[in-house]
Write a protein that binds this ligand. Structure first.
Ligand code: GDD
Ligand code: MN
Length: 420
């Protein structure tokens, strides 16, 4: 019995969040995995992300199986992706595989969050069409057949929407409706192409053709995976089907204020990546988003430097040179901390010991010093050599040195020490 269940337990992929063009084996069953890395595709994989949904999962799986057995007998899979729920949803789901042979389970222990759960599921999926549905019965299962039909008729993406004919929310409070619509409006301003292409961009219930998202690195934050699919996928035709968002009967929603913050973060990231800057950046292999953070940190350093210079020189009267040195060094400390905690956070986390931190800080100081020398050189060339206006020359020198500092820090400071 354990063995049968083992066959249904999939390993969570790691690394880049990218769906392969052809399905790849991710069975935990060593023999199957060894036999071949490539496996036969099937028609459809539906991801059911779960976190503490033990009391919902059986009903959900039963209803979905009943529907899909009729239209796609043995040509579909249901894949529960559970983030190691304290209520052991994954274990419970694994027991269900004995009665539901098309059910698979993925247990994630090293990652958390709805969007990445869905993508990890798609990475392990065998389906040519992949999709997602909530586990809590708030997304009515019957709508699935209509969504599938839309894809069969040529749509690359089929979205269940609360805001078209036949759609709605059953009994949301006025406050939640306003928040939901407000978030949508804001998104429309920041990212019009993505948000205006569907009536319900916040939907967590949709199907997409594998080929429309395969081979593209995805990079979502928070809950709104659909934004990521529309923003980065190669999607020509979109169809929508109305549905009524049901009330939750058991368990609780995981939505908190955090999701609103994540949503804004996600919009900003997609905006940068899909704008002109982002496209150039990708062509030149330049991390535009990171550079924008670095430039912001630089700006904060300028303010710290000016403020402290005033404090030391005018307020404490300790002499201009000494004041400038103190202010400059403290600005460097400021920039280092922000860059370590924010701009290069992902890289810094991989090298988190005190010694590594100290080493980064010393290197950062040296790079800043080199930057200062470079700046003075550039300023002289631009001002004395080609007779630019002093302020323009200074501005250009700062811009060039910022880009230079960024590049050196990325290559030689935050990134390279990762190998030691
Ligand atoms: N694996 C995993 N990890 N699953 C999660 C996580 C997580 O961190 N957080 C939530 N889930 C699962 C829940 O167990 C549920 O099956 C589904 O994702 C949705 O979570 P809820 O907390 O019930 O969200 P909601 O009801 O407020 O909102 C949902 O419906 C909206 C309307 O369609 C979400 O799917 C929204 O994205 C969607 O817009
Ligand atoms: Mn829900």
């Amino acid at each position: 019995m354990i063995n049968i269940q083992q066959k249904h337990l999939l390993q969570a992929p790691s690394g880049l969040l990218q769906v392969p063009r052809l399905p790849q084996s991710s069975s935990t069953d060593g023999y199957a995995a060894q036999a071949s890395n490539l496996i036969f595709p099937i028609h459809f994989t539906l991801i059911i992300p779960t976190f503490n949904e033990r009391d919902n999962i059986e009903k959900m799986v039963a209803q979905l199986s009943q529907l899909l057995d009729k239209v796609l007998p043995n040509d579909y899979e249901l894949l529960v992706v559970d983030d190691n729920s304290p209520d052991r949803t994954w274990e419970y789901a694994l027991h269900l595989t004995e009665h539901y042979p098309n059910l698979q389970v993925m247990l994630r222990q090293n990652e958390r969050g709805l969007s990445t759960a869905v993508i990890r599921g798609w990475q392990a999926a065998r389906g040519e069409i992949v999709g997602v549905i909530d586990a809590d019965l708030q997304h009515p299962p019957e709508v699935l057949l209509k969504l599938l039909e839309k894809i069969e008729c040529g749509a690359d993406l089929a979205v269940a929407s609360r805001h078209v004919e036949g759609g709605g929310v059953s009994s949301w409070s006025a406050a939640r409706r306003v928040l939901s619509r407000g978030a949508q409006l804001l998104g429309l301003v920041i990212l019009p192409r993505v948000l205006s292409s569907v009536t319900d961009p916040m939907s967590g219930y949709f199907l997409v053709k594998r080929k429309a998202i395969a081979g593209i690195p995805l990079n979502p934050v928070g809950y709104k995976i659909l934004l990521e699919v529309i923003g980065r996928g190669d999607i020509q035709q979109i169809a929508e089907v109305g549905y009524v968002f049901q009330e939750r009967e058991v368990g609780e929603s995981k939505v908190t204020w955090r999701q609103y913050k994540d949503y804004l973060h996600h919009l900003a990231r997609l905006r940068i990546d899909s704008g002109r800057l982002g496209k150039w950046g990708r062509q030149l292999n330049f991390p535009v988003g990171r550079f924008i953070r670095f430039a912001f940190v630089g700006l904060s350093g300028l303010l710290v430097d000016m403020g402290l210079l005033y404090f030391f020189y005018d307020f404490l009267s300790i002499g201009l040179t000494r004041s400038a040195i103190f202010a400059g060094e403290l600005a460097i400390v400021n920039n280092f901390l922000w860059n370590d905690r924010w701009t290069f956070k992902d890289l810094a986390q991989k090298q988190s010991s005190w010694q590594q931190l100290l080493k980064r800080f010393l290197k950062f100081n040296i790079i800043c010093l080199m930057g200062l020398i470079l700046k003075i050189l550039l300023l002289n060339i631009l001002f004395n050599g080609i007779h630019l206006n002093a302020y323009l020359a200074n501005f250009l020198a700062i811009a060039i040195v910022t880009a230079w500092n960024f590049w050196i820090n990325l290559r030689l400071n935050w990134r390279v020490t990762q190998v030691d």
